[in-house]
Unconditional design. Structure first.
Length: 299
C-alpha cells in the first residue's frame, strides 16, 4: 500500500494518482485537514481519521508531497497528567513518523524544508559554481545594479490582509537604503544566457532550458510569468560532470527528489537552489518527460 501525504486540490498529486490507478497500485491519500488518532489492534499500530485508517506495517512506500501528517492530542484536566501524556503522545507520534520514513520514500517530512544557506555551502563543497553572496543588515557593501536580493526561506510568499498570497521574487538592488534592516541575503547578479530547471528522482535527472533573458518581465526572475508572451522552453541536457555534482549534493542532503535551478552564463553553470517539493509538471508536459509516471513507477 502506498501512502501519499499531500494537500487538498494539489494538481501534481492528482496527476500521479491517475498513473497509480492505471497501474493498479493501491494507495491512500492523506489531506492537510485530516487528524489521526494512534491506536493499537492485534498487537499492531494503526492510525485512524474520519476519512482513512490503516496499519502502518501495511504501508510499503511513502510520498511526502506537501502538507503534514497530523495527530489528535488528548487533553487532561490535571496539569501533571496532561504534561506526562503530552510527552507520551509525542513519542508515539514520533515513532509513527519514523516508522513511515523507514519505508521506501520519495523524500521525508524531516527533510522537506532545506536551509538555503547550508545548501549553498554544500553545493560549493561538491564542486558546483555559485554566484558570490553575503548576508548584511545594510546596503553599504552592495554594488548597485549588479547585486540581487531574495528570500532565504523556503516560503514562496506571504499572506496579505486580503487573504491573498504575495509572492517573493528575486530583485535587483537599484538604490541604497538609508536605515539598517533585518539581516538579508545578497548575491552577485549573473548575466545569463538562459536558466535551467532540473528535476531529480532517484539519481536520474531531467532538465529544461528556460529562455527568460529576452523579456524584461522575466529577465531577473522567470517566475514573473508573462502570460501574453510566454518564455520559450526546450528540452535540455546538462553536462555529465554537472549532473554528477547534483547527485552528490542530493545525497549529502539525504534527498532522492527535488527541483534544482541553474543559470547558464557563457561556459559556466551557476547553481542557485534546490527545492525538495518543487513543481515539475511544467517540465513534464513541455518536454514530454512523463515525470508523473516516473514517480508512480518508483512508488
Amino acid at each position: 500500500m502506498i501512502l501519499i501525504i499531500s494537500r487538498n486540490k494539489e494538481t501534481t498529486t492528482d496527476e500521479v494518482i491517475k498513473w497509480l490507478s492505471a497501474m493498479g497500485k493501491k494507495f491512500i491519500r492523506i489531506h492537510e485537514d485530516e487528524f489521526f488518532e494512534i491506536k493499537a489492534k492485534d498487537k499492531c499500530i494503526y492510525i485512524e481519521s474520519s476519512r482513512n485508517s490503516f496499519f502502518i506495517d501495511d504501508i510499503t512506500s511513502v510520498w511526502f508531497r506537501r502538507g503534514d501528517l497530523k495527530f489528535k492530542r488528548l487533553q487532561y484536566k490535571n496539569p501533571s497528567i496532561n504534561s506526562y501524556m503530552y510527552e507520551h503522545q509525542h513519542w508515539l507520534e514520533d515513532y509513527v513518523v519514523k516508522k513511515l520514513e523507514s519505508k521506501k520514500c520519495i523524500n521525508k517530512k524531516s527533510n522537506s524544508n532545506v536551509n538555503k544557506l547550508h545548501v549553498l555551502e554544500l553545493a560549493q563543497e561538491v564542486g558546483l559554481d555559485i554566484p558570490s553572496y553575503f548576508l548584511a543588515e545594510n546596503t553599504d557593501q552592495v554594488v548597485i545594479g549588479k547585486t540581487i536580493t531574495k528570500s532565504i526561506t523556503g516560503i514562496a510568499g506571504v499572506e496579505s490582509y486580503k487573504n491573498s498570497e504575495l509572492l517573493m521574487y528575486t530583485s535587483i538592488v537599484e538604490e541604497r537604503e538609508d536605515n539598517p534592516f533585518f539581516i538579508s541575503f545578497f548575491q552577485e547578479k549573473i548575466e545569463k544566457d538562459f536558466e535551467v530547471r532540473s528535476f531529480y528522482l532517484n539519481r536520474k535527472i531531467w532538465s529544461i532550458a528556460i529562455i527568460s533573458q529576452n523579456d524584461e518581465q522575466t529577465k531577473t526572475d522567470f517566475r514573473k510569468y508573462n502570460i501574453d508572451k510566454p518564455n520559450r522552453n526546450i528540452r535540455y541536457k546538462l553536462p555529465k560532470n554537472i549532473e554528477e555534482k547534483i547527485d552528490l549534493l542530493m545525497q549529502s542532503l539525504d534527498l532522492n527528489c527535488g527541483s534544482i535551478d541553474f543559470i547558464k552564463s557563457g561556459s559556466e553553470y551557476y547553481f542557485l537552489e534546490v527545492n525538495p517539493i518543487g513543481q515539475f509538471l511544467g517540465i513534464s508536459l513541455i518536454c514530454n518527460y512523463s515525470l508523473e509516471r516516473e514517480i508512480a513507477n518508483y512508488l
